[in-house]
Write a protein that binds this ligand. Sequence first.
Ligand SMILES: C[S@@+](CC[C@H](N)C(=O)[O-])C[C@H]1O[C@@H](n2cnc3c(N)ncnc32)[C@H](O)[C@@H]1O
Length: 266
Amino acid sequence: MFFGIFEKMQQWDSNYEVQSLYQSYFADLYDKLTQETKYDLEFYDKHTILCRGDILELACGSGRILLYLASKGFNVTGIDLSEDMLDILRNKLSQQPIDVQSRIKLYCADMKDFSLNKLFGLILLPATSISLLKNYSEIEMLFKTVHKHLRKDGQFIFDYRDNYSSTPITYSPLITWTDTTPKNEQRVLMVQECNNFLESKSIVNCYSEIKSNGRKKRLFSYSEKAIFTFDGLQKIVHKTGLKIVETREMIIYENEKLKIVVLGKV
Ligand SMILES: C[S@@+](CC[C@H](N)C(=O)[O-])C[C@H]1O[C@@H](n2cnc3c(N)ncnc32)[C@H](O)[C@@H]1O
């Protein structure tokens, strides 16, 4: 769960809390850190123009993409498993014009198993969130659920990390960052990712230290993502009545290669 420097920091000082990455403090932090993340918007723009019908975003989080699409005039439904992420989104939404608010519907649900009794022209699963599913049988459940909610002429678009390496275990550079919060607290943040190709998983570790009035709070968080292969995903596509329409590779920064996959109904 925790590796390297993160594991050591827990051993040196046992005064810390472990919180989920998409809840409470880390949900807010995730939202702040991704406010300027725009690498994928242009790709989604191209597909929304051609889309007939409403849009569904799975794992919509705090609304980075959903709010963007609704402000462009699309009706967008969002699904996420975390009420905390949805609360951040609801809060942002309350500051939007009424017409934007009226175009958005939000549900707290599991992306691999929900039923909205509605068909969508475009279903999106951005930000490599498909890898939050644990294995190929969960992917199969997801694809079947998507199939049930997709119009005949609709498209389902997801992206995933396509970064296989001949080295069995690789580490991203350790990112460290300090700032002062709006409450005037001194904050340190550390993030690193470990790709374990032997176990087909990648683990993100986060540490945050918040100092105010001489007191220090130490918080750790982690997220585990499965490493899927294109061949493995392709097999599930064919089993679930879907077909590959397009694939695109995108390098978002050094060593960070994404594959975007567009699926349609057979
Ligand atoms: C990396 S964030 C992506 C948020 C947003 N789509 C974006 O692009 O910024 C992943 C999101 O997936 C949600 N999530 C994790 N597992 C899920 C599941 N099984 N069903 C629905 N949402 C899930 C988390 O709560 C989190 O908000």
